[in-house]
Design a protein around this ligand. Structure first.
Ligand code: NAP
Ligand code: G3H
Length: 446
């Protein structure tokens, strides 16, 4: 796709210096003035949607329709962020409301920017997971250092050109390119970075957290989202949602369904429905044709998925759907009778491989789901409201979806991972809070 320079530490210093300087004036603008830039960016994303979409398809192999959704959804995020930011209000608090307070004092509590936000995005959503960081950071008056994933960087550069075309003040948003493994430590421990908004693997997220010191952290990390299927589920509906959730963009989604936990009594029926649907998935090259399954992002990613498949095979899992690997293309796999000893039961393949784990009953299913180190999302399939609420309340995840696949969107919903899946909450309004801090001015009120 192209060649991109790797910035050196002294160049990173210049970028951060520029962001710090530009942020001061940016924060002086009114919320309305800042939001007008966000709306202009949204319009430009719409205008260049076709070019952005094609670049995503070519660079990260995302099927065209999903790539287009990513782009248009990012324009929506900028617009909705502006709309929500305009409605933010401060608070006036009266000390006398507290029973034991003897003084007449008031607090003017309002939100102010944090400073310079380092936004690090992953390969799988180069536009959307950059926009969802940059929009709230800018709205709340922050400067931005943007470090996109090296895979996906060409798409990210196009996006930055759009930001530039909106007329944002010079130096406010700075692109830093280069491998995370080389420049990452320098960036995350830099004294002039005030906040890190990171999306990526739990391993990298944890290492950043160790080096970041007292910087504010917002992290969207890995997941092992379980789809729990109970004996009273509509199995046709469940199978359709699970296949879409597990194999869309070949499983390269944080919120992909990454394991099915089904109660024994309906397991055979569910697996036979899943099999039919998985066998219908079209495999090929997303650049040439409309396919469901294409090549994974790298040889390394495909090798890793292969390892998990081989481990499950060695340990006696039942391969319901499989096929030979062709380069980076892993054919859609459906693996039944997966046990707790197998790596695929716990690890995140980020590929088109779905393990099915059989459980004794709903409590056993919840126990298996919660044994994961991850806690991003989960879903439960049942026709009973009581069962749905019973499971949803007990799953240790940020979100539980009832009778549908797990999913981050709509983007105004709160989105957070617990355990190793993240720190803090995203989603339009929540992200504005996360990218700002409360300032309280207290005075006598006599
Ligand atoms: P990754 O390997 O962790 O990389 C993510 C970003 O971190 C990239 O920009 C990468 O740059 C950078 N990076 C790598 N090492 C770094 C370091 N030492 N210091 C600072 N930055 C560093 O993740 P990925 O493979 O791109 O994305 C897949 C993972 O992201 C999966 O685990 C998935 O679940 C997770 N994800 C989570 C969410 C969510 O919302 N929870 C959303 C999407 C993806 P380089 O590309 O230059 O290495
Ligand atoms: O990879 C993570 C994305 O944020 C997933 O978003 O679930 O709405 O497709 P989505």
């Amino acid at each position: 796709m192209g060649r991109v320079q790797a910035l050196l530490p002294n160049e990173v210093n210049i970028a951060i210096h520029n962001a710090k300087k530009a942020q001061v004036e940016w924060a002086e603008l009114s919320m309305d003035e800042r939001c007008k830039y966000l709306e202009k960016i949204a319009d430009l994303i719409d205008m260049y949607a076709d070019e952005l979409t094609i670049t995503l398809v070519k660079e990260i192999g995302k099927p065209k329709k999903i790539a287009e959704d990513e782009v248009l959804r990012t324009a929506d995020i900028f617009r909705a962020t502006a709309q929500h930011a305009r409605s933010l209000r401060g608070e006036l608090l009266f000390g006398r409301s507290m029973v034991r307070s003897t003084k007449e004092k008031v607090s003017l509590a309002y939100r102010e920017p944090i400073g310079v936000v380092l936004c690090i995005s992953p390969f799988n959503y180069p536009i959307n997971l950059s926009g969802s960081k940059i929009a709230p950071a800018l709205a709340m008056g922050n400067g931005v250092i943007f470090k996109p994933s090296t895979q996906g960087v060409i798409s990210a550069i196009m996006f930055v050109k759009i930001l530039e075309a909106s007329g944002l003040p010079k130096g406010l948003v700075n692109l830093v390119t280069g491998r995370g493994s080389e420049i990452g430590d320098y960036l995350v421990s830099h004294e002039d970075i005030d906040m890190i908004n990171f999306t990526g693997s739990s391993a990298v997220g944890k290492s950043i957290a160790k080096k970041a010191g007292m910087k504010r952290l917002l992290m969207e990390l890995g997941g092992k989202d379980a789809a729990i299927v109970l004996n009273d589920a509509d199995l046709d509906k469940a199978a359709k949602a699970i296949v879409k959730g597990a194999y869309s963009y070949f499983g390269e989604r944080c919120t992909a369904v990454k394991r099915v936990i089904v109660v024994n009594s309906v397991a055979d029926e569910l697996v036979s429905r899943l099999k039919k649907l998985v066998n219908g998935l079209k495999v090929g090259d997303p650049i040439k044709e409309n396919v469901d399954i294409g090549p994974l992002i790298s040889d390394k990613a495909a090798d890793y998925v292969d390892e998990l498949i081989k481990d499950a095979k060695k340990q006696g899992a039942k391969f319901v759907c499989s096929g030979k690997r062709e380069g980076r293309i892993i054919r859609p796999h459906l693996i039944d009778k997966v046990t707790k000893k197998m790596r695929i039961a716990w690890e995140e393949p980020f590929g088109p491989v779905l393990p099915v784990i059989r459980a004794r009953n709903k409590d056993d299913a919840i126990k298996i789901a919660n044994a994961s180190e991850y806690g991003l999302q989960g879903s439960v399939f049942t026709e009973s409201v009581e069962n749905a609420i019973y499971v949803a309340k007990r799953l240790q995840t940020g979100t539980v979806v009832i009778n549908d696949k797990s999913s981050r969107g709509p983007d105004n919903f709160p989105f957070q991972g617990i355990k190793d899946s993240g720190i803090g909450t995203q989603g339009i309004g929540y992200a504005l809070e996360a990218h700002s801090r409360i300032k309280s001015i207290v005075m006598d009120f006599k």
